[in-house]
Write a protein that binds this ligand. Sequence first.
Ligand code: ADP
Ligand code: TRP
Length: 333
Amino acid sequence: MKTKTFLTGIKATGMPHLGNYVGAIRPAIQLAQENPESLCIYFIADYHALTSIRNPIQYREYVYEVAATWLACGLDPKRVVFYKQSDVPQIFELTWILACHTPKGDLNRAHAYKAAIQKNEEYNKKDLEHGINAGLYNYPVLMAADILLFDTSFVPVGKDQIQHVEMARSMAQRINQTYKECLVEPQEHIGKTPLISGLDGRKMSKSYENHIPLFCPEKRLKKLINKVKTDSSDPGEPKDTSDSIIYEIFQCFANPEEVKDLEKSYQEGISWGEAKALLFEKVNRELSPFREKYDYYMNHQDEMDQILENGSIRAKEIADKVLARVRESIIGF
Ligand code: ADP
Ligand code: TRP
């Protein structure tokens, strides 16, 4: 029987935030625990961060922050193949092969590129391509290589990444139809958790700087939660759950009974201050056991180096086999 392979990555652009945790990290770790027969491959997409990072000290720091986050949240490196992307050069060879089979027009339609163009429009830039490097433009091709190089069947990601997985799937289909079939066509695996909003109501994202980092000290966590945008209703006035960011995040960290209690309190006119205090309590309850582990790994970067190196050895073994099959099919060597 063929084993299912789950693969996902987190871009190393800073300490992961609550959105990354509920949308990607927590479900991926649960999948690994609930599917003991499957192959799980979770990695740090550090070269993806090179589209924007311009400082090697910061680059390294971000890699360790993402690595320590995965490990603190329960990733078991004996169970999961865990590595950093830049340690697996086969990915970049497949990137080129895929790029040569990808219509340029498909990349014009990718969300991240379109968003960058739109931002230039908003700022009235004469050159709409201002500040957009070819790495950002080719981002979906590199991500497709990350996925296809490991015969991935399912990619656990948040909703915002669906387009990227669809692009990877269509690249695989195109190649399979042109040559002897050599690539597995992956599916996105979208968890139950919706995309959560950040402090200002837009999607929580490092790029919008509206995020709540996972492992900031408790005091700062409290402060940030207090900054979450609310409507102007006074204490005593009933509150609407449907457009409340506090309620939305609360649901991701509380059990169903606690959610029901909060709904009741909303009807009864809980003050925003109290609601924020409850949210802090639930988020902190889940994260505080991980915080210590996170600090441990951040103080033992040599241990993380060893874990990532071991993971990259396993990753390269798989990658070599798949790449040999792809090369044979496409270039005949
Ligand atoms: P960011 O937007 O902060 O740069 P990434 O693009 O690195 O985050 O996302 C890493 C993973 O976390 C992806 O699977 C993505 O779908 C998920 N994710 C990102 N933001 C959120 C969010 N606000 N809610 C739920 N999941 C999210
Ligand atoms: N693009 C993803 C993000 O921004 C990160 C990523 C890179 C990824 N390569 C991947 C996710 C492969 C899943 C599979 O979140």
